[in-house]
Design a protein around this ligand. Structure first.
Ligand SMILES: Cc1cc2nc3c(=O)[nH]c(=O)nc-3n(C[C@H](O)[C@H](O)[C@H](O)COP(=O)(O)OP(=O)(O)OC[C@H]3O[C@@H](n4cnc5c(N)ncnc54)[C@H](O)[C@@H]3O)c2cc1C
Length: 475
């Protein structure tokens, strides 16, 4: 019997790998070490839980610990792996009963990413939160409640939740003014979530645009939407510190702007969790995430990495890239599980396909936009069009803005964005599929996309954009 398949991290990548391996090779021992109490949870639902659209924390679990154990996976919650020794084929684990060593045959590092709050001072004050985990989401929602309400009952998840934190914030006077530091997708989702509770919401963004990876057309549409919904934007403002006497009272910016606030969301970005591998032969890529081959294997035989802690090859450039998102984590984990079970399965490439909802606006992006394309050595040509989402005579038709980017010489499609109110975001999947198929703009223009008045105009917005960009390329 081979040594066990050991997985570090019990969420998307880790549990996808463990489940797939167990399904393909039921006799293989599979052990999952998770340092926290939550496993198989959806980070992506956290803003909607804070908003109140998701009722209880347990609604955000894909599998309960009992369901995982029914799959014959040896799940150890509250167990942190503190060292990896690839030469000895062991990991060192700190659990409730103390420290011990566990040998492995294959090892998957699926430790995810962490919220980065630095270099902002004061992010440890009461009322300053990152949003990276169900306990953060629970604490924020408890803080929004009136102290007369039962916070533990409201948030749910009482078997696992950090009860002390929920009760502490639940007992405080609810906030009235919130600052969100960072106008990325989590910041935009949190602006909507906190506005729904009637807070006066301010978003601070260092650059001049919200949602920078989505390009200017999307950023401007989202800024307009947030302002219309009553959110105050502080663009080109660099937050230096959250100030207060034990509790958040004020936000101070480098340019001198200051604002009295009583809640601050300070997760300005994420970084891969790779400290565990310091001093080992496992190589990291340029961005600090673990470098892997097409099967998710690291520079050390038998040691794999998947999800937010790992790189993958980019669909357009073929070069390693770090894009920490949900599907890629699940997919890479599942592939590694199949590979260690004896069915070598590539983890797939990443196109950076992302969608986000900002109140009524739906936004999507994929591939390389102008600057990224130039940095990757292409000569990008782009075109932005605005058209209707359905036949103009059909109720519900709304403006939809599409940007497509192509390489001038090869006319190959490189990327695109979309924004609009009527199911705009999912249309980005057409562009993602075209990138996967290495299409030129002319090939995309000839794609046979669906048409009926309730769903689309005769010329789908993506086709209109391809037609206009193709014309520009032929000029
Ligand atoms: C608020 C929020 C919203 C998001 N929304 C979206 C979205 O809409 N769409 C999308 O595609 N993606 C979204 N994401 C990103 C998505 O959630 C991640 O890409 C995905 O969860 C990554 O899965 P993972 O398994 O790699 O890492 P994680 O989900 O971070 O899991 C890693 C696990 O490893 C554990 N761990 C770490 N170190 C150790 C150790 N040493 N020992 C034991 N256990 C350890 C951690 O406790 C954690 O449970 C969102 C993320 C956040 C935070």
């Amino acid at each position: 019997m081979p040594e066990p398949f050991v997985v570090i991290g019990g969420d998307a990548a880790g549990l996808s790998a463990a489940s797939k391996c167990k399904r393909e090779a039921p006799d293989r021992d599979v052990i999952v070490f998770e340092k926290g109490q939550w496993v198989s949870y959806a980070h992506c639902g956290e803003p909607y839980f804070v908003k109140g659209e998701v009722d209880k924390l347990e609604d955000l679990l894909s599998l309960t610990p009992a369901e995982i154990e029914e799959r014959d996976i040896d799940l150890r919650r509250g167990h942190e792996v503190v060292a990896v020794d690839p030469d000895a084929g062991t990991v060192t684990v700190e659990g409730p009963g103390g420290e011990f060593e566990q040998s492995y045959g294959d090892l998957l590092v699926a430790t995810g990413a962490r919220a980065v709050t630095g270099p902002i001072e004061g992010s440890e004050l009461d009322g300053a939160f990152p949003l990276h985990g169900l306990d953060d989401a629970a604490a924020i929602r408890a803080f929004l409640l009136d102290p007369s309400e039962d916070a533990l009952a409201d948030v749910g998840g009482t078997d696992f939740v950090d009860r002390e934190r929920v009760e502490r914030f639940g007992g405080m006077a609810p906030p009235e003014t919130a600052a969100i530091v960072g106008g990325g997708y989590v910041g935009v989702e949190m602006a909507e979530a906190l506005s729904a509770h009637g807070l006066d919401v301010h978003v601070f963004q260092r650059s001049g645009h919200l949602l920078s990876p989505f390009g200017e057309a999307v950023g401007e549409a989202v800024a307009e939407e947030l302002r219309e919904q009553g959110v105050t934007l502080h663009l080109s403002e660099e937050v230096e510190r959250v100030a207060g006497d034990g509790r958040v009272e004020r936000l101070e910016c480098a340019g001198g702007t200051a604002l009295d606030v009583d809640l601050a969301v300070v997760g300005v970005g994420v970084a891969p969790n790779t400290d565990l591998l310091d001093g080992t032969a496992v190589e990291l890529g340029e961005g600090g995430a673990v470098a892997v081959d097409e099967y998710g294997e690291t520079s050390v035989d038998g040691v794999y990495a998947a999800g937010d802690c790992a790189e993958d090859d980019h669909t357009v450039t073929g070069e390693p890239a770090w894009v920490p998102l949900g599907l890629t984590a699940n997919r890479a984990g599942r592939a590694v599980g199949a590979t260690v079970a004896g069915d070598p399965t590539p983890v797939g490439s990443i196109a950076g396909t992302a969608v986000v909802k900002a109140f009524e606006q739906e936004c999507g992006r994929v591939g390389l936009l102008d600057d990224e394309a130039r940095d990757a050595g292409f000569d990008p040509v782009s075109e932005t069009i605005t058209t209707r989402s359905r036949s103009g005579y059909y109720p519900g038709a709304a403006e939809t803005t599409v940007t497509l980017v192509a390489d001038r010489a090869s006319e190959r499609l490189l990327g695109g964005t979309i924004v609009g109110t009527d199911r705009a975001a999912v249309r980005i999947d057409t562009v993602a599929t075209a990138l996967e198929a290495d299409m030129t703009v002319a090939e995309l223009e000839r794609a046979d996309l669906a048409y009926a008045p309730p769903f689309s105009p005769v010329w789908d917005p993506i086709l209109v954009a391809a037609k206009v960009l193709n014309g520009k390329l032929k000029d």
